[in-house]
Design a protein around this ligand. Structure first.
Ligand code: AHR
Length: 516
């Protein structure tokens, strides 16, 4: 028999008191009893919908063969965009989509991707395998995709191998209403209306594939490039400066030291944070899984630390912190990459749970973040969709995003005990009027959780819940069995100020409750 340990719970008490939380192992079918409390009046900031943003790069089969099948494809499509992918992504709701890279961005020349498709040049993708691309997917096609799925476009500009003029011309082409040669060219190419692009990245990973620069070199480039980027048209541009990989303090300190005294600071500053896996995606051991889950503690700390570093230069908090590439990056299988494209990996339930841990970190840090973009949308890394021929499968990470959707635009609120250990129950909670959303991630593969959640000062009128789970950490949705892992309704009971629910092992559960 499993040992029984019991720790007490005091509603409304201090965090220290919560260290005495109930944990009665083996109570029923391996479930642990736990109690949490959410405090509707303790705001942690608004959860901007953009914290659920996405990223699509010209890499492997993300764009070509994934999202874009071409105008003459036998695969059902809308103006060349894979129809099923459009439907799934539209249903998911994609607040913002970053494109065309990644590393690809600093080798992309936007003029290659406009005009008559069969006259566009073929270029070698130097970063991702040296294959050629025919540029049939360019600026107009990307904006069309964004409109089809309801996303705000985010363009990552080329600093590494481009010029200030090239980037300013791209902006003019996209945003100037009419009457200049570039805006008239856009009209001739099918779009008399300006695209009104708000988000502009000024290079990508300039410390690496974007040009191997030092932070002060990049800062010089950032200042030079943005000098020539005015507001074209009626949309004030939002400029995004390249931040560090993970929590590199030196990059941030030197970049902002170089920006000191400048009238126009970046609107956004982005770090990249990947959660690396020690094994191929479908061959994880429990230890591999726990080591990957543990990285979400570092993500939490990195957000706090980087925000603090920026605040030292920007006491008014005008520069928005972003994480515009994040997600699981497991060990690649060369044969799979050869068959399906670079950085292709399966997305088992373990990856979906990891992705939900990341989303919970973002929700809890809502006041410190303005945008986060999962890498990537289709067939690359922590993807939402996997495709093969005319088949298109939604991954557990897609469903982790779907389960996070009720939090969008709501106020993130405090939960106790504090959520610090990604190997324990992870919680994010948010509220809008009487409507409460809670996402609960149980990272333990063999232990369910009987959870009692109290809502301070409120009564709960009703609660419903959906859960994504699987007992095999390596189980995934395949082309043969696309719906092996999908969210299912699970019972949640509202009683007085409490909601009770049983969380399956290795699960992501969202409760939507109405408060009385
Ligand atoms: O997302 C894959 C790659 O990871 C991107 O191209 C690059 O920015 C990062 O290193």
């Amino acid at each position: 028999m499993s040992p029984i340990t019991r720790r007490g719970f005091v509603a409304g008490g201090s965090a220290a008191l919560f260290s005495a939380i109930t944990a009665r192992k083996g109570f029923s079918a391996g479930a642990t009893e736990q109690k949490i409390q959410v405090s509707p009046n303790d705001s942690l900031g608004t959860i901007h919908p953009e914290l659920h943003g996405h990223f699509a790069e010209h890499l492997g089969s993300c764009i070509y063969g994934g999202l874009w099948v071409g105008l003459h494809s036998p695969i059902p499509n809308i103006r060349g965009h894979r129809k099923l992918a459009v439907e799934y992504l539209k249903a998911l709701g994609v607040p913002v989509l970053r494109w065309p890279g990644g590393c690809f961005a600093d080798d992309y020349h936007w003029r290659d991707g406009i005009g008559e498709p069969d006259k566009r040049p073929k270029r070698v993708n130097i970063h991702w395998g040296g294959y050629t691309e025919d540029n049939s997917f360019g600026t107009h096609e990307f904006v069309d995709l964004c409109r089809l799925i309801g996303a705000q476009p985010y363009f990552a500009g080329n600093v590494g191998s481009g010029s200030p003029r090239e980037l300013r011309d791209w902006m003019e082409y996209c945003n100037y209403p009419s009457g200049s040669s570039l805006s008239d060219e856009r009209a001739r190419n099918g779009s008399p209306e300006p695209f009104r692009i708000k988000y502009w990245g000024v290079g990508n990973e300039l410390w690496g594939c974007g040009g191997n620069m030092t932070p002060s070199e990049y800062c010089d480039y950032y200042r030079q490039f943005t000098t020539f980027l005015p507001r074209f048209g009626d949309i004030p541009p939002f400029f995004i400066a390249c931040g560090p990989s993970k929590d590199n303090a030196d990059w941030t300190n030197q970049f902002f030291a170089g920006m000191k005294g400048r009238r126009r600071q970046p609107d956004g500053y982005t770090m990249h944070f990947y959660s690396n896996g020690r094994a191929p995606a479908t061959r994880f051991t429990i230890e591999d899984m726990n080591s990957q889950f543990a990285s979400f503690r570092q993500l939490d700390t990195a957000i706090l630390h980087q925000r603090g570093l920026i605040d030292a230069f920007d006491p008014q908090g005008k520069v928005g912190l972003m994480v515009d590439e994040w997600g699981v990056w497991d060990r690649m299988v060369p044969e799979e990459e050869r068959q399906r494209g670079r950085l292709w990996q399966q997305i088992p339930i373990r990856a979906g749970v990891a992705t939900a841990l990341g989303l919970n970190v973002f929700h809890r840090n809502a006041s410190k973040l303005v945008m986060c973009n999962i890498a990537q949308m289709v067939n690359v890394l922590d993807s939402m969709l996997l495709t093969e021929g005319d088949k298109c499968v939604r991954t557990p990470s897609y469903y982790a995003f779907e389960l996070a959707k009720p939090h969008r635009g709501k106020t993130s609120i405090k939960t106790e005990p504090a959520q610090e250990d990604p190997l324990e129950l992870s919680v994010s909670a948010s509220i809008d009027g009487n409507s409460l959303a809670l996402t609960l991630v149980n990272p333990k593969h063999e232990e369910g959780i009987k959870l009692q959640c109290s809502v301070a000062g409120k009564t709960v009128a009703s609660a419903k819940a959906r859960s994504l789970y699987h007992s095999d950490i390596n189980a995934c949705n395949t082309f043969e069995s696309p719906d092996a892992i999908v969210p299912k309704n699970v019972p949640a009971t509202a009683h007085g100020a409490e909601i009770t629910i049983e969380l399956p092992p290795l699960s992501v559960t969202t409760i939507e409750a109405t408060l009385g």
